[in-house]
Structure formats: structure tokens, C-alpha cells
Ligand binder design. Structure first.
Ligand code: ATP
Length: 314
């Protein structure tokens, strides 16, 4: 098998461990269009990377092995169904190298939370293994491999704030002021299945019970070019929110508690059940997180800021 130390020149790879940090994402706008022939919905979304991170460390090894700690440890399978290992195999296949590495995941992004944690881990694995193996792919090549692993994975390679189209895999950066927005992230007990949330939205739409779909992203994109969080707050929206609320009615209490605590806006993140709230500033975010915890409407409330970088070696 190919070994980094067998090669000369630029394919040498890293000899020490490679540590990659990758953020969670929220969708500031999640417009869900029609169901496509391939089973995916056409999306029009604005992704935003926030400062809740998973960390993946890659070391040389004679086989491919994964260990983990943190959120979901003991629940998440560490076999070839894990997105970390699927990503490592995909990169090795593309680059024509042996998929040998010892990988360790430190997870802070909750499982099945609507924050794209699994996709984040796949993005981290691509960046970490690319460095470990010295395969030296361009970010765009990594994003191409990422698209086959999941719709959100290309965004998590890039990070920042970006427009997502297609099934979400086609990303382009959004022009925004270099402002930092302050968020409160209310993490629920247990997860929600993303496919189930899309099926529930289809059902609500078929029976005429769904709200009107979101319009264009123009107002949001305009809001991102200025600095007033109140303006941004008025433009947040998620077509999957009604589906998440039907599946988990208690989220209505979480959203209400956030707004009662002074959040400028609150939405369900992606397919839920995590709720995210926009705060006026960092101090307000801390205060709102404290009130949400005290109100007992979530397992844990964390503060975060965004946008932040995508998967990066630290
Ligand atoms: P999204 O916001 O993209 O819908 P999510 O945050 O709701 O995703 P994830 O935590 O990304 O959900 O994962 C959903 C499922 O993917 C998990 O329940 C698990 O079965 C599978 N999975 C595979 N690998 C991973 C991983 N490394 N981390 C989390 N989930 C993984």
C-alpha cells in the first residue's frame, strides 16, 4: 500500500497529527422548493457558519480507524456508515491512495440537531486526510467530493455565509459587511430526522396545511450588507419550521421563551430541533441563553457568533 513516507516531493503528507476544526451551520433562509425526480427538494438557502465546533484529529496508522468523545458518543456508529469514514474512503478513492489513518472526533455539535454536524465531520475528514496523505487537492476539488457525501458538506468546506442552490450543494459566497452576528443556540433533548421533516412538509403541503413558502432571499441578502441586527431579524425564515413544530410541538415554547427573553428573532435551525435566536449583541446573547436555560425549554443554551471559517487546520 501507498505510504506517505514512500513518496518523494509534494506528496509526502504530514508526519505529525493534523487537527481540523469545523463549524456548525444554521440556515438564515431555508426555502424549500418542489420535490425533484431524484427524491431531493430544490432548495434556495442562505447558509451561515457559527462558532460551535467539532474537532477531528488525524494521525498516521496502518488501517482506517475512528474513535470519538463528546456529543453522541456511545450512540453514533463508528463503522463505515459514519460520515467521517465515508469521507476518508471517498478522498482515498479519488486520489488513489490507501485510506490509512487513525481519526479521533471531539464532538460538540449535537446529533441530528439541524446543525449539520455529520456533514461538518465529513468536511473535516476531507481537509484532515488531504493534509495527512499529502494529496494536496484544491478546495474546489474537495467541495466536489463533498457534494457526493451530502448536500451541506460543500458549504462546510467553505464556511462564512453563502447561498446554496440545487439540493444545497451548489454554494456561492454572499457579499456581506465584515460584521459579527450574535446567536443563542437552544439545543433540544434528542434529534429529529431530516428526511422525516421533509416528508412532513410534503404532507402539510399536500393537505393545504403548510404556510406560504418563503419568497426570495433578496431582503436577507440586503440585511447582510448592513450592521443592524434588527433589520436582519426581520428577514430570517425557514420553510421546514412548520414541519419541525408539528413533529415536536414543544419547540413552540422554546421559540416563545426566546422572544420573551428579548431575542430579536428565533427560528428552527434546518430540520430542527435546535432553535437559534438572533441577539442584539454579545451581552444580550449571554443573558438570553441564561433565561432559556432557567425556563427549562431546552437541554442546553449556548452562545455563538457568525460567520466563521469552514473546515480548517488549527
Ligand atoms: P442536517 O442539519 O444536515 O439535516 P443534522 O444536524 O440534523 O443534519 P446530523 O447530526 O448531521 O444531523 O446527522 C444525521 C444522521 O447522520 C445521524 O443521526 C447519524 O445517523 C448520521 N451520521 C453519520 N455520521 C455522522 C457523524 N459523524 N455525526 C453525526 N451524524 C452522523
Amino acid at each position: 500500500a501507498w505510504r506517505p513516507e514512500d513518496e518523494d516531493g509534494q506528496r509526502r503528507g504530514a508526519s505529525g497529527p493534523v487537527k481540523v476544526r469545523v463549524p456548525a451551520k444554521v440556515n438564515l433562509h431555508l426555502g424549500v422548493g418542489p420535490l425533484r425526480r431524484d427524491g431531493y427538494h430544490e432548495l434556495n438557502t442562505v447558509y451561515h457558519a457559527i462558532s460551535i465546533y467539532d474537532e477531528l484529529t488525524a494521525r498516521r496508522g496502518d488501517t482506517l480507524a475512528l474513535t470519538m468523545e463528546g456529543e453522541g458518543a456511545g450512540e453514533l456508529a463508528l463503522d463505515d456508515t459514519n460520515l467521517v469514514l465515508r469521507a476518508a474512503h471517498a478522498l482515498a478513492g479519488y486520489a488513489g491512495v490507501a485510506p490509512h489513518a487513525r481519526l479521533h472526533l471531539r464532538k460538540q455539535i449535537p446529533l441530528a440537531g439541524g446543525l449539520a454536524g455529520g456533514s461538518a465531520d465529513a468536511a473535516a475528514a476531507l481537509v484532515a486526510c488531504d493534509a495527512l496523505w499529502g494529496t494536496g487537492l484544491a478546495r474546489d476539488e474537495l467541495a466536489d467530493i463533498a457534494a457526493d457525501l451530502g448536500s451541506d458538506v460543500p458549504f462546510l468546506i467553505h464556511g462564512g455565509t453563502a447561498l446554496g442552490t440545487g439540493r444545497g450543494e451548489a454554494v456561492s459566497p454572499v457579499l456581506a459587511r465584515p460584521t459579527s452576528w450574535h446567536w443563542v443556540v437552544a439545543i433540544a433533548d434528542g434529534g429529529l430526522s431530516t428526511p422525516a421533516a421533509y416528508r412532513e412538509l410534503d404532507r402539510l403541503r399536500d393537505t393545504g396545511a403548510a404556510g406560504a413558502p418563503l419568497g426570495s432571499t433578496d431582503a436577507l441578502l440586503g440585511a447582510l450588507r448592513q450592521r443592524d441586527p434588527r433589520v436582519l431579524a426581520a428577514t430570517l425564515g425557514n420553510d421546514l419550521q412548520d414541519a419541525a413544530l408539528t413533529m415536536r410541538p414543544s419547540l413552540a415554547d422554546t421559540l416563545k421563551a426566546g422572544e420573551a427573553a428579548g431575542a430579536l428573532a428565533g427560528i428552527v435551525s434546518g430540520s430542527g430541533p435546535t432553535c437559534v435566536f438572533l441577539a442584539a449583541d454579545a451581552a444580550d446573547a449571554e443573558r438570553i441563553a441564561g433565561e432559556l436555560t432557567a425556563a427549562g425549554v431546552c437541554r442546553e443554551a449556548r452562545v455563538a457568533h457568525g460567520p466563521v471559517h469552514g473546515a480548517r487546520i488549527v
